[in-house]
Design a protein around this ligand. Sequence first.
Ligand code: NAP
Length: 253
Amino acid sequence: MTTALITGASSGIGAEYARQLAARGADLVLVARDRDALEALAVNLRRTHGVSVDVLVADLLAPRQRERVQERLADASRPVQVLVNNAGHGLSFAFERNSVDDEVRHLDLHVEVPMRLTHAALGPMLARGSGRIINVASVAAFIPRGTYGAAKGWVVSFSGWANARYAPRGVTVTAVCPGFTHTNFHERAGLPPGQEGVPSWLWLDAPAVVAESLRDAARGRSVSIPSLRYKALVALARFAPASLVARLAERGR
Ligand SMILES: NC(=O)c1ccc[n+]([C@@H]2O[C@H](COP(=O)([O-])OP(=O)(O)OC[C@H]3O[C@@H](n4cnc5c(N)ncnc54)[C@H](OP(=O)(O)O)[C@@H]3O)[C@@H](O)[C@H]2O)c1
């Protein structure tokens, strides 16, 4: 039986990972701060798929609470075969207008937290000679998009290195790089829906993002860019003039 631990499982892409992994028969450990949302999802997935679902309420920016998640991952007596580092949030303003403390918390959630959780999970996974780590990054990793893109760039770089190092020992690491996806993300960052300045054809749905990323992770890919649209855009961004890419990247958040 596979157990998957998913951070940021209370909404959006993380909740969709929970639904799709439960549909494949995986037991789950759901992590986020919103207990009610996690419990409601757990009840639904137990009833629909007959899997075991544990709720682990934790603010991943609170060291004591994050340690409980690390301990769960490091507990070899209750093995976790799949770790999905997905929790994240956007910031409301441009870099110079955000407080530096908000920027540091944002950096910690996108970089320190997945690094610590990966470290905790790796020991038992390597000892068993198998495991799958999925780190949700963003296409923003490939274009200049402030500290968000910089943090997601770290996730892509780290995952690429870790996959090369650990896949031969049975543990794959995949950075998932969605484009704009319908979730609570943009509203939570203070941007009402429809005010993104992003054309409708650029929007993805979480079920398609998650399904494609799970296929790529199963193939052991270090990077997954869901949808042909975004694969093409990322390829174009590599060759287009930097000034044009920077101008386009100013759209949305
Ligand atoms: N939506 C997009 O367009 C898009 C595009 C590319 C990449 N992404 C990435 O996808 C991931 C998921 O985002 P989403 O779009 O699904 O947004 P979302 O619907 O807002 O979900 C974010 C999740 O992160 C959790 N979270 C936030 N801060 C947390 C904390 N301190 N401790 C624990 N959990 C925390 C939230 O749960 P609680 O509030 O309950 O704690 C929530 O479950 C993020 O890493 C994001 O950067 C999103």
